[in-house]
Design a protein around this ligand. Structure first.
Ligand SMILES: [Zn+2]
Length: 844
């Protein structure tokens, strides 16, 4: 049992290598002749055990790369008691964005620079130093970094000493709290930092590479606000001695919650507030709040094993919403969260979905947990539970859980126990169906001849072909907390019921003219209204809350894709939302138009464009190009969204012409164009752009001065339609022009685009092995998601054939999910293709 690591690392940014020494305090609990710990891609030069009784035992190290372990054969057995394990080792600063790795960037004068950073979750601490690399082996870490004197070093805790030794700057950091190996971090490079702000007793700073400090203000503001929010919510001070947030130029994930030294990709931390769109600011606020939430939930109390990642991430996502909602109520973060919930429901409607929590044995399975089911479904069911128990009762349970398990490890069951004590009711009965079973129900809402409300539930699936008996699960009903709103005359009444049966008949609502069966929109279920009830809702749609309108459209679209509602009925329904002004409702409408564009016969594209203009133009015309005084941020963002869909999918010539004018105005005066409109204008100009425009955007991508500007031009490169330009962008995903942290997403976007997908698919197939070599760990998994954008029978067959040969290892059920999503879209095409063609013939 390790209890303390004294760790000294000496990275060399010129040779891209590092040397390390560590002393691990161990409790040996039975006499052993060998020790087994995790290590990979390291060379162990020496190993020995010693104790306070003066005994020293030499050990010889053998690496087993297949199991990522180091075996230390002891020259003589070590008896029970306290020992110190001393190791010396070497490694390389890799370019795969995991373990101890290098990140390369250009400084303000255009000179290429290197920094070294770490990314350890889930199982990559073992790439930086030999360790017992599992979350329950918590220990204290005392880190020392010996670096080039011109550089800066950051680790989890405050610097307690700095000396010069043999031309190296030796930086010693304070002891950490007892924590898991995956939370250890060090960053070494030319870094600049903001002045600290003090939150309670905690100094909080933002670090970035030189020249970008001016982009740190917004991130620091939400970091301070959310840290204070969490100290209050959790009823417990921040567990570290300082908090640094670091923007790393190459970063595989969004961010990583290393205690006291949170690392981010630049777009998730640095932003120019005056030039950023609402969506870009929201992203920074979300990610910063999310990571801060982990400082307690994850870092202070940690899952016992990787099957608990879901609770770690779901909870941080839930808390992120609470904190951002408290900070900027006008952003209506819980309404916007509907979009995230919808993404989870979309994946969870597949036969190849998985339960939120499942057994994890291999690192790959742990990696496969990082998906929308963990984050978004997990957070959704926690929100559903919070609303069901009441916010105060829920918070009390969370506080008790943290108090009881701080500095330790805990499981889902421990949280349920704490919440159950707080709520004085058993939680597992309600929650187990949502956590340990895959999928979710669709509630059918109707009325019987006696006027009783009839609620029934069954699992929602996009595909209904029967499964082989072995796979078919016995259908247990879920315990569904249902929030009803009943409209009777001018009165509305809310009722809460727990639907635990397959079907329930209730007296509530007798005489009601309309019923909302997911009032407040928190439920993780779909609703299928009987036609008369749906019509009754549509006639009073403006009285529904935005999240309820969102769910109404989102459920209707899902029922259509699943074959439970005719496509023509859905398209008619979209006409009822021409007056819609909520950005989230438009998000789902627009996404459904894009989905249809992917399954359409090419000859019908022009007519779909006309339908899009018919549906979207009235809303846009009401908004106009220029923000009005006092307009809120969501309205401004909606304007950008509508311009984009009209100019791209709607092929609206007037919008396209005007976009070019607006862009010219922006070039002479950057403040002339609203930051929410500019990204849309860039996307529209790419869609209609020629080679000259492409070269201009490429130049601007290279010269961008903010991470957001760089992203806009980067993704614009994926939006050009000329085949030569499409090939040009694809080439850049493998020739180091696009960072490997971004390249998989660019290629994915091109697979999803009907204009680029055939060329992109040929390219991806040909370059698969190269990409696999170049991209960071999750890169191929993200890229491969793009095959869901290839829904023609011929492409689907080719995709299946390709993956049958390649057998990519994405972990979990990821590949099966992509293939099923693709098949769902192909089935929609086959089932509704003719009806869609006929419907569109009205739009010339
Ligand atoms: Zn997280």
């Amino acid at each position: 049992m390790p209890s303390r690591y004294d760790l000294r690392l000496e990275p060399d940014l010129t040779t891209l290598t590092f040397r390390g020494q560590e002393t691990v305090a161990l409790e040996i609990t039975e006499t052993v002749s060998e020790l087994l710990l995790n290590a990979t891609e390291l060379a162990v030069d020496s190993a020995s055990l010693e104790n306070d009784r003066g005994e020293t035992i030499r050990a010889s190290a053998t690496m087993d790369e297949a199991t990522e372990r180091c075996r230390l054969a002891l020259a003589s057995p070590a008896s029970r008691g306290r020992w110190r394990l001393r190791l010396a080792f070497r490694g390389t600063l890799n370019d795969k964005l995991r373990g101890f790795y290098r990140s390369v960037y250009k400084d303000p004068s255009g000179v290429t620079r290197t920094l070294a950073a770490t990314q350890f979750e889930a199982t990559d601490a073992r790439r930086a130093f030999p360790c017992w690399d599992e979350p329950s082996f918590k220990a204290v870490f005392s880190v020392t970094l010996a670096i080039d004197p011109t550089l800066t070093a950051v680790s989890n805790t405050a610097v307690v000493g700095e000396t010069l030794e043999n031309g190296r700057k030796v930086v010693r950091f304070a002891d950490t709290i007892v924590m898991s190996t995956y939370l250890v971090a060090f960053v070494v490079g030319e870094l600049e930092a903001t002045e600290p702000v003090l939150v309670g007793r905690t100094p909080l700073k933002i670090f970035c590479v030189p020249g970008k400090k001016r982009l740190a203000r917004f991130g620091q503001e939400i970091a301070a606000a959310s840290l204070a929010f969490f100290e209050d919510y959790y009823g417990m001070p921040y567990p570290g001695d300082k908090l640094d947030l670091l923007a790393i130029p190459d970063f595989a994930a969004g961010a990583m919650e290393n205690l006291g030294a949170i690392t981010f990709r630049e777009t998730a931390l640095l932003v120019d507030e005056s030039a950023a769109s609402h969506a870009e600011l929201e992203r920074v606020a979300d990610v910063v709040a999310h990571e801060n939430a982990h400082m307690w939930f994850g870092d202070l109390v940690t899952m016992t094993w990787w099957n608990g990642i879901w609770l770690n991430e779901a909870f941080a996502t839930f808390m992120e919403m609470l904190a951002v909602d408290a900070w900027k109520p006008e952003w209506q973060r819980w309404t916007t969260f509907g979009v995230s919930r919808a993404a989870a429901m979309s994946l969870d409607g597949l036969h190849s979905t998985r339960p939120i929590e499942f057994p994890v044995t291999s690192p790959r399975d742990a990696d496969a947990m990082f998906d929308v089911l963990t984050y978004e479904k997990g957070a959704s069911v926690l929100r559903m539970l919070e609303q069901y128990l009441g916010a105060v009762v829920f918070r009390e349970g969370v506080r008790e859980y943290l108090r009881a398990h701080r500095f330790g490890n805990a499981d889902t069951g421990d949280l349920w126990a704490a919440l159950g004590r707080s709520a004085q009711q058993p939680i597992p009965a309600v929650m187990d169906g949502w956590i340990f079973r895959p999928g979710y129900p669709v509630l059918t809402v109707s009325r019987d001849p006696g006027g009783h409300l009839v609620l029934s539930q069954q699992r929602f699936n996009y595909l209904r072909e029967p499964l082989p008996p072995a796979q078919a699960e016995p259908e247990q009903p879920w315990q569904v907390p249902v929030q009803l709103r009943l409209y009777t005359g001018t009165q509305t009444v809310e009722e809460r019921v727990l639907l635990a049966e397959r079907e329930a008949r209730m007296r509530v609502g007798t005489g009601a003219e309309a019923i909302v069966a997911n009032a407040g929109g928190h439920g993780f279920y779909r609703v299928r209204y009987a036609p008369d009830l749906l019509e009754a809702l549509l006639t009073r749609v403006e009285t529904l809350a935005p999240i309820e309108r969102f769910n109404l459209v989102n459920d209707a679209w899902a029922l259509t894709v699943a074959g439970l509602m005719p496509l023509t009925a859905y398209l008619d329904l979209t006409a009822r939302f021409r007056g819609e002004r909520d950005r989230n409702v438009w998000t789902v409408l627009i996404a459904s138009f894009y989905s249809l564009n992917r399954v359409l016969e090419p000859g019908d594209r022009r007519r779909l464009a006309a339908l899009v203009r018919d549906r979207v133009r009235p809303a846009f015309d009401a908004l106009g190009w220029t923000p009005r005084a006092g307009e809120d941020e969501l309205r401004r963002q909606l304007r950008g969204d509508l311009i984009r869909v009209l100019g791209v999918l709607g092929d609206d010539g007037e919008i396209q012409t005007r976009a070019a004018e607006v862009y010219r105005a922006h070039l002479t005066d950057p403040s002339a164009v609203d930051p929410n409109v500019l990204p849309a204008v860039i996307a529209v100009l790419a869609h209609v752009g020629d080679a000259a425009r492409y070269d201009d955007f490429l130049r601007r991508f290279r010269a961008a001065t903010t991470p957001q500007e760089e992203q806009r031009y980067l993704y614009a490169l994926a939006g050009f339609r000329d085949p030569a330009l499409i090939r040009g962008t694809l080439e850049r995903t493998v020739n180091a022009e696009i960072r490997t942290q971004d390249a998989p997403f660019v290629a994915r976007a091109m697979l999803m685009s009907p204009d680029a997908r055939e060329i992109a698919w040929q390219f991806v197939k040909a370059q698969w092995d190269t990409m696999d070599r170049l991209y960071p760990k999750h890169g191929m998994r993200r890229l491969a998601e793009g095959v869901t954008g290839l829904p023609t029978p011929a492409l689907e067959a080719d995709v299946q054939h390709f993956f049958a040969e390649k057998k990519p290892q994405f972990g979990g059920k990821v590949l099966a999910q992509y293939l099923e999503q693709l098949h769902v879209a192909v089935m929609l095409r086959q089932r509704e293709g003719d009806a869609l063609s006929a419907y569109l013939s009205k739009f010339a």
